[in-house]
Design a protein around this ligand. Structure first.
Ligand SMILES: C[S@@+](CC[C@H](N)C(=O)[O-])C[C@H]1O[C@@H](n2cnc3c(N)ncnc32)[C@H](O)[C@@H]1O
Length: 288
């Protein structure tokens, strides 16, 4: 949704922009191409591997970008450390990068047999996905599958996770795929793999993704200049609900104005080219 992101940020070439989830730098390249003079883009990511990819891709824009191995929830700290009052725009494109899904070796994909790690930041203390499945009470695992994966068979899946860990500890994605298939079976005709929801749920729990987003939303209006823009793309109903509710409460408090009353969604062509975009919802707000 690059066009919608650029329109939402309404780039002014000589200002500071923050990409809180720089990933492989796709949006960043588009933003940097519109930045000139003293304009800058600061990119954040929790994944050090992804930051290396972004650094290589953004190299031609040398003097205009800086990268930070930090959570987007800490944008305020970084602005303060640098003595900057606020940004002209902040972008969040939540979730997982295609790069990590395919190449991280950290178990984000059910299509490869890898260690069930799932941390965006492998340097963080954990816990990993496997550690959560090996240690959490059954009820908590059920809640994760139900709330973060919207998985109707969450109770049966959680029960089986706890039965199996008594025989052999959880270690790999392959074990989890086998479990899901043994409980849910294959869905004939469905293009979505039955393990999709469980993998998404566990990743959200490992990275405390909703907590990070809530922390970010607490501070974001303070990190923007007047008329600064906030653009958030979410892929999960719970994320979008947090964003929607915050945007509404800011508008009521006279802090930010909503520029999208209803979220923007990708067009048919974009979803055809990138099926992972199918659940994307983009919302924009402007600081008053
Ligand atoms: C969907 S990708 C972003 C893709 C990017 N917009 C692009 O065009 O290439 C999401 C990225 O956000 C990162 N991420 C997730 N949670 C984060 C957090 N709390 N702080 C910073 N980065 C985070 C992930 O590591 C991933 O690289």
């Amino acid at each position: 949704m690059v066009r919608e992101v650029l329109a939402g940020l309404e780039i002014r070439p000589d200002r500071l922009y923050v990409d809180g989830t720089i990933g492989e730098g796709g949006h960043a390249v588009a933003i940097l191409s519109r930045i000139t003079g003293v304009g800058e883009l600061w990119g954040f990511d929790r994944d050090p591997m992804v930051l290396q990819t972004a650094a290589a891709r953004l190299a031609p824009f040398t003097s205009h970008f800086r990268l930070f191995h930090r959570s987007y929830a800490r944008v305020g700290e970084v602005l303060e450390e640098a003595g900057r009052g606020g940004a002209a725009g902040i972008l969040l494109d939540l979730g997982l990068s295609s790069y990590s899904l395919q190449f991280s070796g950290r178990g984000f994909s059910f299509q490869r047999d890898e260690p069930l790690d799932m941390r965006f930041d492998p340097l963080s203390p954990g816990p990993t996905g496997a550690q959560l499945l090996n240690t959490l009470p059954q009820k908590e695992i059920e809640r994760i599958f139900r709330d973060f994966g919207e998985e109707p068979r969450a109770p049966a899946l959680a029960r089986r996770v706890c039965e199996l860990r008594r025989e052999r500890p959880w270690r790999t994605t392959g074990q989890l795929v086998d479990l899901v298939l043994s409980v849910l079976g294959r869905r004939p005709g469905s293009r979505v793999h039955p393990a999709t929801r469980v993998f998404q749920a566990l990743r959200i729990a490992v990275n405390r993704e909703l907590e990070e987003l809530a922390k970010f939303l607490e501070g974001a209006p303070h990190w923007l200049e007047p008329e600064g823009r906030l653009v958030i793309i979410s892929y999960h109903s719970l994320e979008d609900r947090l964003v929607k509710q915050r945007f509404l409460s800011w508008e009521k408090a006279g802090v930010m104005r909503r520029l999208t009353k209803k979220p923007l969604t990708p067009g048919v062509e974009e979803v055809r080219q990138n099926p992972r975009a199918r659940s994307a919802k983009l919302r924009v707000a402007e600081k008053i």
